[in-house]
Design a protein around this ligand. Sequence first.
Ligand SMILES: [Zn+2]
Length: 423
Amino acid sequence: MGDFMRGSIEGLIKKLKEEVYPLLRDRVSEEEFEKVAKDLAIVILNYDELKRKILQKFGLHVIRETQKKKIAEISDGDKRLEVIGKILGVNEINTERGKYYAGVLADETGSIPFRAYLEKFPYKTEDNVRIINAYAKAGPTGVVLHITQNTIIERYDKEVHVVEAGKKTIRELKDGMFGIELEALVLKVNKRSESGDKGPMLKGLLCDGTGKIAFSSWSELDIKEGDVVRIVGARVRSYRGIPTLILDPYTVIEKAEQEIICPKAETLYDIVSRGGGLDVSVQGLVVDVKQGSGIIKRCEVCGRPLMEGGICPEHGRVKGVYDLRARLVIDDGTGALLAIVKREPLERFLGKKLDDLLEMAKNDIEFGNGYKYLKERLLGMYVIVHGDVVPGKAGLVFFVNSIEENTLDQMSEKIAMILEELS
Ligand SMILES: [Zn+2]
């Protein structure tokens, strides 16, 4: 019995030194810690209780009123969080300002990146943990769980079930998925500028046969445009409504050999069901040219379109600068979206500059702001539009970077049907 006791106390002390001492390293020497731990372990044999007692003794007070949350419920600004999860991966990150640990925690509801500002992080991939007194703060790629000196991390003795996404195509990706395995072509990759601005180290765009998705990485990766890569262990976070594939420090990225061809055009249905998309192309029909298209005046301070009488909603009466835009509804047979075409792409499409249109307006009183002219040029035209579909004030909006007539004689049945409905 005595031997058993000693054995279990030694086991407890060993575990305490591994898991609890790193939290107290700044406050107490290892010898002092061990002495206190031994004294307490004789009377308290329950590990969690013992741990709390020791933390308390050295000034890390156990937070009584924690907010217990599942990972999917965590939002920006949450404090005193208590979360149970499985560590999907964790890496030590060294910066000029010191080191921290970056990883991802998951439960059955989703995953969340975490950062631990600790001397030592005694847990590893696949460990189940209970995190007490962490806080959540939104960063550029979503909400991050912050673990500080005042956070308590305990091993959780039950298995946390997580549902990893596994092998997916880009079309199948949804916000919150993690453990994603994907093969894709790197369409674009941009490195963060040297000037040291914040944000991910790398940003870019991937495609596979089913679609495109933006990606970002906080660490350097050896990939370039045109590479075909196999990615294992990535996750999806929506940022400003756009799903982004996040490559974490522990995500495995290998070069692959097979050929991947990106889809030329997608359907609006696909894009809308994904919640939007960057750098997408759609073939469709201009079914409406909305009022507000044509020459407009904008506030020179904030860029907002001026109301009647040259009034900016924020800056009052201003001189204003001329601009040109078209607000179209584009229907591709699978869905319809409001599309906003800004000055440059519209000038390219029209083969006329804003100045030319201003000249036309000067010479012809009927021309007005050019609304009728744009309507005649665009309404009923089968076009290829390229740009970004992102959430606007009233749902998704297609911000068009280029618009051209679809001169290829491919009036599919789909389009013929729309025409029929319109007539
Ligand atoms: Zn203004």
